[in-house]
Write a protein of this length. Structure first.
Length: 309
């Protein structure tokens, strides 16, 4: 039987966190589960209030909340990891976001994949649910599609903590505060960590059965947001690459993709009347521009603004 601490970072999303914790209360599992929430809103502390309310009402699992005053996603993740690893007998740390809901078999599917493929890190599928009606041009956009791989099994890399299980021993071996705090509000510290683990020889696997569903607010279904998300992804991907290959190595590796992105993004939007295709093609230009920003050291802090409630 595994001993899993489920870690959730939250900031200004009390409704989302309540939905997340309700889904975890409905888990069907044979493993031991504890819930740990870290609130990154020092002013309102709505996450703490949600946890305190559920705990006083007799929440199904042992649940605890802590406050991380300094803003930044990796700071919160590091606080969660430190608190989780301090618990006796822990075998795994699971992570999900405060805008997601887990399927009943989520934890058991992750643990089963870790055991079957002797994996240090297991990622799972992320479905999308819109909180309002979406225009047809937007619903086809790649960034709004489910994150699936069609089959479970070993993979070369997991790039997100949106749905992940990490072995406690692996986290201890990678060192204290494993998430890069220089990426406080840019995003990408999860991919940075897993890329470092990949280079160190840790093993990865994927579980199609470990499903979570992300609730996407209307504010993220706009051309501006989709374009800037592409820009941010390009930037943080380059930041990760720079860390491991250096500035010159990253530039040499990505220059062909940057040039191709500018070419497609500059010409492609004018070759179609389909708004969705125009935004998607223009997004390649934004992603290429983001890579240049990441190469030169410019940081766009996407996560300074919280979407959803």
């Amino acid at each position: 039987m595994a001993n899993v601490v489920i870690c959730i970072a939250t900031c200004n999303r009390p409704q989302g966190l309540t939905r997340t914790l309700a889904s975890l209360a409905a888990l069907e599992t044979r493993h031991r589960v504890d819930i740990l929430v870290a609130d990154n809103d020092a002013e309102r502390q709505q996450g703490l209030a949600v946890v305190e309310g559920l705990a006083s009402a007799g929440y199904r699992w042992p649940i605890e909340a802590l406050l991380v005053r300094e803003r930044g996603i990796p700071l919160v993740r590091n606080a969660l990891v430190e608190a989780a690893l301090a618990r006796p007998g822990i075998t795994h740390v699971a992570m999900m976001d405060d805008d997601e809901a887990a399927c009943p078999g989520w934890i058991d599917a992750l643990v089963a994949a870790a055991d079957r493929w002797n994996a240090d890190v297991v990622g799972g599928a992320v479905l999308r649910e819109m909180d309002s009606q979406v225009a047809p041009w937007a619903e086809r956009h790649p960034l709004l599609q489910p994150k699936r791989r069609d089959k479970s099994g070993p993979v070369t890399l997991i790039d997100s903590t949106a749905n992940v299980l990490i072995g406690a021993d692996a986290l201890r071996r990678i060192g204290r505060r494993p998430f890069d705090e220089r990426m406080a509000l840019t995003g990408g510290s999860d991919k940075q960590l897993f890329t470092r683990m990949q280079r160190a020889g840790f093993r990865f696997a994927w579980s199609e059965e470990a499903l979570v569903t992300e609730l996407i607010p209307a504010s993220r279904v706009t051309a501006k947001w989709l374009l800037m998300r592409g820009y941010r992804v390009g930037m943080t991907d380059m930041m990760v690459l720079r860390t491991h290959r250096g500035r010159l190595g990253a530039a040499l590796a990505e220059t062909p993709r940057i040039l191709a992105g500018f070419a497609v993004g500059a010409i492609g939007p004018f070759a179609t009347l389909d708004r969705g295709k125009r935004v998607e093609r223009l997004g390649k230009l934004y992603r290429a521009a983001g890579k240049i920003a990441g190469l030169t050291g410019y940081h766009y802090e996407e996560y300074r603004k919280v979407h959803g409630a």
